[in-house]
Ligand binder design. Structure first.
Ligand code: 4AD
Ligand code: MG
Length: 439
């Protein structure tokens, strides 16, 4: 004889079980009570279910247990699902039975109440804060963004070839390297970008991408900087600056489409104005560095030719825009050693930055790489980069060198933009910043 076991369902799928008795396993999110009835709200990671426990319908001890249950105690509730238009998700569960797995003691209550807390307190309790509604929503959007990025590249002929995290050389300047003691006397660095290795794998596979954590020892305490962030980096052989713009634009539009399609509820929890995201369509705005400079100067900025755009400049540049702007042809001297110069104006680099609207800043940086051997050697010397560390990279210019190009998109900046979040620290589960390495 088979025993009659109550099926376990998630809050997200409860709507398909109206009229059935099911069980939901979760944690107590909130509790309201009024005399002979109490309403435990149970969250299970997929949603929040309002439960209704009626004193007269339950054993007395069980009702007492539920009515005094403490926030974030773990429990399994059993009961019948009922459609209820006024409830958050559209359904309620009438409690028939419940099992408390761990009751959070009153002596040491859950530290994060549903009231306001200061940001430092919340960051110190990040391991618990992740359970809160907005944090939860932001990380679900992040998951969707990552999934969409992968889907985009996987369905456009790119091969995922991941690149190492321990690296012997700098990609994005020597001032932001994290040095690590390797074995014996060897020093290595945490990768700033997989790009250099992508250039090798692009020559092997044509179109590739890598997707992983990258590190910058940047002593900047801004709302856009992490010391550890995730970057997706495509690289294409036989490609130029225009290909970077085309693919970057297509990628951004595709990912936003997926977020709007699949994460509307989360965007609502985040109080995101989705009309701002719906407005983001191709073609994006395009301008050169020099046009951007002129625009900034006209707006009263004191920036001069050769200066790099800061956060304020990026915000100024896009304040009248409803979609990103692609700014290309920066002075070579403020860009990485690897940029191909513009043949018409060799002092300019064939690089492009995508600046998101609403003050979210640079989300993509990339461009065309040097493919000429002698020019690369010259640049390495100019940047005081030791050839020994780059021998393999130099090889790529000796064996079937071709024009090639690619870019990097920062996941946290992109997610902050999608969610309308003030700071990138809320777009990753455990942010690493200048003054934060815990929890
Ligand atoms: O512009 P970046 O430095 O470009 C590169 O690393 C290239 N090698 C990529 C390539 O061409 N394959 O960084 C690319 C993106 C930026 O546009 C930004 O979105 C993000 O990475 N980013 C950061 N995000 C968070 N915190 C930081 N400290 C970041 N630095 C860059
Ligand atoms: Mg950049």
């Amino acid at each position: 004889m088979s025993e009659n076991v109550t099926p376990r369902v998630t809050v997200a799928e409860a709507g398909r079980h109206v009229g059935e008795t099911v069980e939901i396993a979760g944690w107590l999110y909130n509790l309201r009570r009024s005399g002979k009835i109490c309403f435990p709200q149970v969250r299970d990671g997929t949603g929040i279910m309002q439960c209704v426990a009626v004193k007269s319908a339950l054993p007395e001890t069980l009702f007492e247990l539920l009515k005094d249950l403490t926030q974030e105690s773990s429990l399994i509730v059993r009961g019948k699902i009922r459609a209820e238009a006024r409830a958050h998700g559209g359904f309620e569960l009438d409690v028939e039975d419940a099992q408390i797995l761990q009751r959070v003691p009153e002596s040491e209550p859950y530290p994060i109440s549903l009231k306001e807390h200061g940001i430092d307190f919340l960051m110190d309790h990040r391991h618990l804060w992740l359970r809160s509604r907005r944090q939860h929503a932001a990380l679900r959007v992040r998951h969707e963004v990552i999934r969409a990025i992968r889907d985009y590249f996987d369905s456009h002929g790119f091969v995922l070839v991941d690149t190492p995290i321990f690296t012997p050389a700098a990609c994005e300047g020597t001032t932001t390297l994290f040095e690590v003691d390797y074995f014996e006397d060897e020093k290595v660095y945490l990768t700033q970008s997989g790009q250099l290795y992508n250039e090798a794998t692009a020559a092997a596979f044509g179109k590739v991408y890598c997707f992983g954590p990258t590190f910058r020892a940047e002593k900047s305490k801004t709302r856009r900087h992490l010391t550890e962030f995730w970057m997706v980096e495509p690289e294409m052989a036989y490609a130029d600056l225009e290909d970077v713009k085309r693919v970057g634009e297509e990628l951004v539009v595709f990912v936003i489409g997926r977020v709007l399609e699949n994460r509307k509820e989360d965007l609502k929890d985040l109080e995101r104005d989705v009309s701002k995201l719906e407005a983001v369509k191709a073609p994006f705005h395009r301008m050169s560095y020099e046009e951007a400079l002129a625009k900034l100067q006209a707006k009263g900025s004191e920036i001069q030719w050769g200066g790099d755009f800061g956060n304020t400049d990026e915000t100024l540049l896009t304040e009248d825009m409803d979609r990103p702007v692609m700014i290309d042809r920066y002075p070579g001297e403020i860009k990485g050693f690897y940029f191909q110069p513009d043949p018409a104006r060799p002092e300019l680099a064939l690089g492009v930055d995508f600046i998101a609207p609403e003050g979210y800043g640079e989300i993509i940086g990339g461009g065309q790489r040097i493919h000429d051997l002698n020019l690369l050697l010259k640049r390495l010397d100019e940047h005081h980069l030791l050839r020994e560390a780059f021998n393999w990279y130099i090889d790529l210019r000796k064996y079937g060198s071709v024009p090639h190009a690619g870019f990097g998109m920062g996941v946290e900046r992109f997610v902050a933009w999608m969610c309308g979040l003030e700071h990138v620290r809320e777009t990753i589960a455990f942010p690493r910043m200048l003054y934060r390495t815990r929890p």
